[in-house]
Design a protein around this ligand. Structure first.
Ligand code: COA
Length: 166
């Protein structure tokens, strides 16, 4: 938590090609095992099941100031959170929650019944966020993360069509 930022006005919108440099920077600042830099480009252009969003600070500027990003894969009626991160300077301001609510509302409209994700066993901040959104721990994958052999916990949110994210 930065504690140094006032809560910014933001909007959530689809990720655009010109956002990629800032998205990659957020990814690299946020994860010990970031995605290869060309992964976001792949997801944007070549993966038809990928849904990509960013949180953009307003008033809008050129170039846009991107402070959060999320990638979700939608396969038939199941959604899988690929990644979500908020720039370290803007955490604990509700932006992760806003990204989630926006993404999950869109997935509902696409017919998703269930959403799931993997989270590191020690990533208590993210787990707390997921619990507050209604996710439950469902399973675990031993030694899932290659950098340190940490376990992944699988969190799911079912009955998506009956949930209210407003
Ligand atoms: C996880 C992450 C996306 C949360 O984004 P965020 O914008 O800070 O989250 P929010 O401000 O919406 O937090 C919502 C709630 O989650 C919980 N939470 C978030 N960060 C927390 C922290 N550092 N400590 C304890 N609880 C935390 C709190 O319950 C919080 O509500 P509160 O602030 O009213 O107490 C952000 O911390 C991040 O980018 N982390 C690094 C990347 C990452 O771990 N992604 C998840 C991979 S599975």
């Amino acid at each position: 938590m930065s504690g140094e930022q006032d809560k910014p006005a933001i909007r959530i919108r689809k990720m655009a090609p010109e956002d990629l440099d800032q998205v990659i920077e957020i990814d690299q600042l946020s994860f010990s095992q970031p995605w290869p830099a060309n992964s976001f480009q792949f997801e944007m252009y070549n993966n038809p099941v990928a849904r990509l969003w960013v949180a953009e600070k307003i008033p809008e500027t050129t170039p846009a100031r991107i402070i959060g990003m999320m990638v979700i894969w939608m396969v038939i009626d199941e959604a899988h959170i690929g990644t979500i991160a908020v720039h370290p300077d803007y955490r604990r301001l509700g932006i992760g929650s806003m990204l989630f609510r926006h993404g999950l509302t869109h997935l509902q409209a696409e017919g998703a019944k269930l959403v799931y994700l993997e989270v590191r066993r020690t990533n208590f901040c993210a787990q707390e966020l997921y619990r507050r959104l209604g996710f439950c721990m469902f399973d675990e994958r031993k030694g899932y993360y290659q950098d340190n052999g940490e376990d992944a916990l699988i969190f799911i949110l079912d009955h998506l069509q009956t949930r209210n994210f407003s």
